[in-house]
Design a protein around this ligand. Structure first.
Ligand code: KDG
Length: 337
């Protein structure tokens, strides 16, 4: 190889090495704290929209220091596993249902009471008021700081067998529930055969006929296509499920005071966006589900009351575990809406 060519090759090689070194130096210099947010639903869900809003707000105000990354569909683990990882400081953030966490904080059981919240205005008043501030303080002791309260929303029933109008219609049906004692008790009280199961297993179990039905908000029913194996949907709105948006307390406490304010404000705004998005989806998707060929039953006032009456004994069963004071405090707020 001629000297001039050899020189050119050497210079090109040196240039390539310099480029790699510089880019490596740049990535080290740009080294940001990665904040991973784990959540279980699809990206298009209310919680997915809320997570993206949080990412936008933090990048806007603290983008030089933090890199927020959102992981949908339980890619980093289901609600309980992800929450445990956050509590141990192995994961930064999680958006989780409250129901799997009642072992960590029994106050959360109050949100599993059937027909507790008369409407979303009452729910918002509780979620952003003193009651949930007090619950957040108790959760903090578990290594979890609450950035905000999102929602699953009002839960509705789907099944593969028939139209369901009144509680007697679910007699003997195998209904999948969350792994939560009050959800199990509620469907047992209604005469069904409650079958606790992780969320990720539900669609396959419905498809295979291992269960007859499940219950989730209209938004989840549509976005997860539960109307395909379950052609019958009943807008029962039997339980309003909130969600917690949590950050590792260890990470949160390492932030500057200014950063804490930015994280807390972004958490509240993102949670409001999540709840508003979910509510709009629950309103819009009833039509979408009908358009997909499923039958959607909307209860008459009389049928609704039959569900309220049939599930009333559940409150007595769990009053001691939840605490009369907490139940009364939530009911007092709800009575104003
Ligand atoms: O990860 C999904 C859960 O947070 C929740 O949305 C699932 O409501 C749920 C259920 O029925 O398990």
């Amino acid at each position: 190889m001629k000297t001039s060519t050899a020189k050119k090759v050497m210079v090109a090689g040196l240039a390539a090495m310099m480029t790699i070194a510089l880019s490596a130096t740049a990535s080290v210099a740009d080294n940001k704290k990665v904040i991973k947010i784990s959540y279980g639903l699809v990206k298009e869900s209310g919680e997915g929209t809320g997570a993206a809003k949080f990412e936008e707000l933090i990048e806007e105000k603290l983008g030089d220091k933090f890199d927020v990354q959102c992981y949908s569909d339980a890619q980093l683990g289901d609600d309980l596993k992800s929450t445990q990882a956050v509590a141990m400081g192995e994961l930064e953030c999680v958006i989780t249902s409250c129901s799997p966490l009642t072992g960590m904080c029994s106050d959360l059981l109050v949100f599993d009471l059937p027909f507790l919240f008369p409407n979303t205005e009452a729910a918002d008043a509780v979620l952003e008021g003193e009651i949930c501030a007090g619950i957040a303080e108790k959760i903090e002791a578990n290594g979890l700081h609450t950035l905000g309260w999102m929602e699953n929303g009002y839960r509705c029933l789907t099944n593969s067998k028939k139209e369901v109008h009144v509680p007697d219609d679910v007699a003997g049906m195998k209904i999948r529930t969350m792994e939560n004692e009050m959800h199990l008790a509620t469907w047992k009280e209604l005469g069904a055969v409650p079958t606790p199961m992780a969320f990720s297993e539900v669609f396959t179990a419905l498809e295979q006929g291992a269960i007859d039905g499940q219950e989730n908000p209209i938004s989840t029913i549509y976005l997860n296509k539960f109307y395909e194996p379950n052609k019958y949907v009943t807008v029962s709105n039997h339980i309003y499920s909130p969600k917690l948006f949590l950050i590792s307390a260890e990470l949160y406490n390492s932030l500057t005071d200014e950063e804490k304010v930015i994280f807390d404000e972004a958490g509240i705004e993102a949670s409001r966006v999540a709840r508003e998005t979910n509510r709009q989806q629950c309103e819009d998707y009833v039509t979408n589900i009908r358009d997909e060929g499923a039958t959607v039953v909307e209860l008459t006032d009389e049928e609704h009351q039959a569900w309220v009456d049939a599930t009333a004994p559940v409150k007595e069963q769990f009053m001691d575990e939840i605490g009369e004071e907490l139940v009364a405090a939530v009911e007092e707020v709800c009575a104003q809406y």
